[in-house]
Design a protein around this ligand. Sequence first.
Ligand SMILES: [Zn+2]
Length: 452
Amino acid sequence: MSSTSHVPAPLDATGLHIAAKLSAMIQCRTVSRPNRQDEDRAEFTKHVAVLNEHFPAIAGAVVQHTLGITGQLWHWRGADAAKPVVLMAHQDVVPVESEADWEHPPFAGLVADGRIHGRGTLDDKGDMACILQAADALAATGFIPGQDVYFFLGDCEETAGNTATEAVDFLRERGVTPWLVLDEGGAVAHQAFPGVKAPVGVIGVSEKGILDVLLEAHDAGGHASAPPAFGAVQRIARAIVRLQRKSFPANVHPVTGLMLKRLGSGAPALVRTGLGLLSRPGRAAGEVLARVGAEPAAMVRTTVATTELAGSDGINVLARRAAVTLNIRISVTESVDSVITGIRKRIADPKIKHTVLSASEPSPVSPVDCEQFALLEACMGHSHPEAIAVPYIMMAATDSRFFTGISGHVYRFAPLSMDKSQRGAIHGTNESVALAELVKGTAFYSRLLRSL
Ligand SMILES: [Zn+2]
């Protein structure tokens, strides 16, 4: 499905025009792999060509830089360079486990039932199509943005590759300090919070840190007919139980407090009162939220998940080594070091060895009480007037965390609304986006670009 007309429709109320472009993007199998040699380079190259072909006005108005392998940093010179803006979306997608499980083929970009189907429609090509469509329509009229705009279209976000750091270095070397960085992350969520009927536009202002740790215990091993009272397996088991018994302290961060308070405005009186009580920053409300369920608990504390276990490899053989890996999500009030100290203290066993496999600190918290956040709220009020805008701290990681090194105003929000099943389809099966949402998303970015 390729669009031969390069004239952007000024009124694309149906979304079909932008869907045709997104379809061409979905048909490129830009699947990222941990080992980049396993990627299909031709598909990535084709994707960049598709962007140039389907968004010709903006592609011609910018200076294009290639970073990483096929990452794109496009510079659209504005009337002023004092408050540069970075708009981000990534070109790569996660693999499809089983194409047969999909209702529509994942790399066909088919339109059916008012939606466009395929891998990347929500994460993150739909968002990218909205950004580029908004810019393309403006550029076609000769529009020049009030400020410099950079479009960063990464090529290895899903595998946490290096292109984003290259983009940050590129901007830093040129003395660019972005006034605003906007990446994927939050969205307009339906049915996300019990008791809150209105859709909620969640804008990520920070990301929890991630820490992977390997715990190991060693022992003499031997034959299982004469087991010791306390071997390597018992030692690891005890450590796991201790970590589970003494979870990290729960704390309502002021951002989470503000989120709960704003959510209350869209809820019935009883729920509003409850949310008001829970929104008080500190330990008391944190402990209550931590008991509500796994998701509220993850909002208020550092979480420790025990994932891979290893022991002996024979049924009648004692383990010489027992091990467990921990996947830890660090709350923004803690650090990698403080969490490692906390883990050691909780395990209270010097015979257990720990190895840090990978670590990234929580991101600095971008302010809510500022022009940038107000601008995002205003654009959301334009595209999704029924939504309540709330700040939140993301549990997942995005490429935007690298940009906190050059900008104090990094936000994570894609202006597409999705319900629970669509959120579940991200990285899953039957990913799709409504055409009506592509129209709204484009309106969001158009408003943003015209407001600079
Ligand atoms: Zn993504």
